[in-house]
Design a protein around this ligand. Sequence first.
Ligand code: G6P
Length: 615
Amino acid sequence: MCGIVGYIGQKDALPILLDGLKRLEYRGYDSAGVAYLYDGKVKAIKASGKLDKLSRLIANHPDKANIGIAHTRWATHGEPNDTNAHPHTDCTGRIAVVHNGIIENYRALRQYLADKGHVFRTETDTEVIAHLIEDIYGDGSLMPFWKAVREALREVEGTYGIAVLFEGEPNKIFAARHGSPLLVGIGDGENIVASDASAVIRHTDRVIYLDEGTLATIKANSVKMCTLDAEDVTPQVERLSLTLSEIEKGGFSHFMLKEICEQPDTLRNAIRGRLNPDDGTARLNGLNKYFDLLKNVDRILITACGTSWHAALIGEYLIEELARIPVEVDYASEFRYRGPIFRDGDALFVISQSGETADTLAALREAKRQGVAVFGIVNVVGSTIARETDAGVYIHAGPEIGVASTKAFTSQLMVLSEIALLLARMHGLSSVRGRKIARELLAVPDKVERVLSRERELGEIEAIARDYCDFKNFLYLGRGINYPVALEGALKLKEISYVHAEGYPAAEMKHGPIALIDNDMPVVFIATEDPLYDKIVSNIEEVRARGGRILALATEGDEKIAELAQHVIYLPQADPLVMPMIAAIPLQLLAYRIAVLRGTDVDQPRNLAKSVTVE
Ligand code: G6P
């Protein structure tokens, strides 16, 4: 949520800043801006709307600079216009600030500063930071600038990642973090501060992650760090495993399509070294140290947001079915404020693609504060959640750039299946069943590949999308483990095509949604073969009897469904426990095709952001 990049070195900073913003645009894209030093003065260029607008303004600009900060915004305070776009400056225009996060006490600070004569020009919470630093620094006689930044941040409540540029210190960028991620890419005679690694990988693979409560003074050849309490911090340089090709579209029309098509490989990455058909269990090195704790666990809690929450719901079915351990799943935002009750024998799993989601992070901190063991299921290596959990399992899906999550979802399911299998074998599942599940999991990538290649050859889903793209409402129904698959299918459609879609457990349809059914209401059923198959067929009949339009996902060889549904998408045979990973694929493709036909911005849907670092 909001992307920050700052450059200091010998090169032309503006193109580097723009390229960095392009990589971070998934974090927010309603306006963007840069501030740089030119001729000893801070200058800023800002534009509402997508980054292209700012790029055009900069392309026509004669200034050259070798130090600057930049920002792509997801508005929290104040509408996304040119004025509210970052960077924000103090009264003198000598200090420029970019910020990711929310300053919760900004009203009080604004009032305090306005009473002292500071003039505010924007509606943002961020502007107070620039004025507060100005106020504390004064004429510079009391303390050096970095100390004024530190003192200002001690007054601020809320979350922030910030980068600051100051005319009086033309060879330095100041950056600080409390709750919103920041790292510094270490180059040769140049350094780049950014919200995440994708903005620095073109220049360097060596990075320093800023820890919570850290302030960094970044020069072209050095990085000095201290805590906000003034203790020195020794920077730790780490190597990135990311490659540039992973964050480029590679010939696909959208990142989302690229990421959908990557799933056979990303699922294989989630399996590699963890599953062996002869073992009948999973080897998850990240959890080894906690073997005894997991063996004795009485209850598992899982918390997450968005698509990751849907994965959690499927995890609940998997763990309860295989390991017979009670599981409770909660939205992270609800969990943390409910005064969660923990018991001895609890373990909490948090699931997050980005590893930065504010609510998920807060939930994990609350659990840790209460002494509960917390494990992460995370994609982004080195992210805050990955670093703050006691242990965890990376899903290794590679960078996911499309705002709508696709490959991360299926990889989360694979890792949850592995965790369920591991727990199940610890808690009494037979080795025979364990081996069967392991074999089923190992077969999933090839089955996903079959779904994708069938679509490449026949274009069935694309044709269905053409028939369905003009409807205004959709219902998605599933039962048992396929109920969360229905939720995820509906979420995919609504987030990228702006079509209203709701997911329900199929049997709940009778308690309300059935009133909506008519010829204008497509109903997508996940009706693959499983113990509840006959029940869902009855639900299909109920929709049919009311003239609803039915699109069913069914298992290959199921002839009966074709008589009931207007359209059927066939999926390869698979154990019901692994079917969600396969059924997710056509639902992602359907949403994608409908969005393309409706002409929406698939990779950057309106109002959304990929990394939600505000509550
Ligand atoms: C945002 C994204 C979703 C994601 C959710 C949770 O809403 O747009 O795709 O599922 O955040 O994010 P996380 O990174 O914690 O999985």
